[in-house]
Design a protein around this ligand. Sequence first.
Ligand code: B12
Length: 333
Amino acid sequence: MYNVKTVHQLCTNFRVKMQNINIKVVVQMTGINENTLRAWERRYKVVVPNRAQDGRRLYSKKDVEKISLLWKLVQKGYLIGTLATMSLMKLKKLDNDKLNSEGHFDVSADSAELPVLKEQVHLNTIIESLKKFNLESIQHSLQKARFELSPQAIITDLILPLLREVGIRVSDGNLSISQEHLLSSLLRDHLGNLYQSLSPYDYKKKLNSKKVLLTTREGDLHEFSILLAAILCRIHGFETYYLGPNMPVGDLAQACEQFKIDAVILGLANLPAQQEFISASDFIGELDQLAPKKIQFLCGGAAKVSDTAIKSGRKFLKFATIRDLETFLSNKM
Ligand code: B12
């Protein structure tokens, strides 16, 4: 594998232009294998190469630099799921860090300056422990993370990459369904505790009058998105009504009225049709008919919602990421 600093030199050596480098050359320059690179692009969009007229991928020098760094860091023990969203600068910083004698990143030396390493260590430990069904070690890591990291960092830098990584490993057959369920159940408890510990009364000064209810549609058991969103709502001083997942639409509309809710946050996972109790569009459409008109709908998740689902003209926003929702919440909606 080549040093990133030498990418410029390599372009010269390989007699390629700094733009429009083809995939075979990228493979030679960085040492990555072609299938892995394609998978990373598909799953994580680590780079989005230009395309030649015949559809061939054409990489820029910057792409090659990023790929080279990612490949190097993955070989050092980092998980691609965590690295994928990092800037080039952050990747370079990580590249300069050292492994300790046990092959783990040394977080003690420079912990204040390198908080990102802590999340990485916890993430690696949790995945490794899950492989061995070592529940105690997972619990320990989660508890330690709670002391070391802010709730926001726990969400964005530990839990989200962890769930992504677990999902990929389950679909690749590297983790079993029982391991996925096991981890889900532990995470559910930890995040539930974290949510409860953020009592709105601790945030009295920040508390604004907006009331937010969180749930998923009937039949959808994916609750992490709304649990994470509920934690963020509390951090930003909203009064939260966390109903958990799997809500029938009629009862949800009733709860909105009863608690005088200002906004509903809905997680809309993309379920296979045969597993769906009701489609996301139908659910939103029915809720639109039943819920008081002043209530905003704030949604996220991979399920498609038809543009015509909302007929009342109410405010309906769909967020691509939890982080986007947080930005919205931090502006007090
Ligand atoms: C944990 C999990 C489960 C757990 C849920 C436990 C629980 N208490 O929540 C269990 C084991 C129960 C489960 C069951 C199933 N699951 Co599942 N599950 C997952 C997993 C690993 C994580 C999902 C998650 O919570 N992520 C956390 C959220 C926040 O992150 P995210 O999904 O990446 O969402 C991003 C954006 O979409 C957005 N976002 C998403 N939701 C929201 C909501 C809001 C409000 C906002 C603002 C943003 C937002 O923000 C995130 C980025 O910041 C994913 C795999 C994966 N890689 O995602 C599969 C996955 C979601 N499951 C899947 C499937 C198919 C199922 C099952 C049908 C499996 C089966 N054959 O039985 C069942 C369905 C059960 C049901 N009826 O709901 C598929 C969905 C496939 C698809 N069409 O996209 C996935 C993607 C796995 C896969 N690759 O096949 N699952």
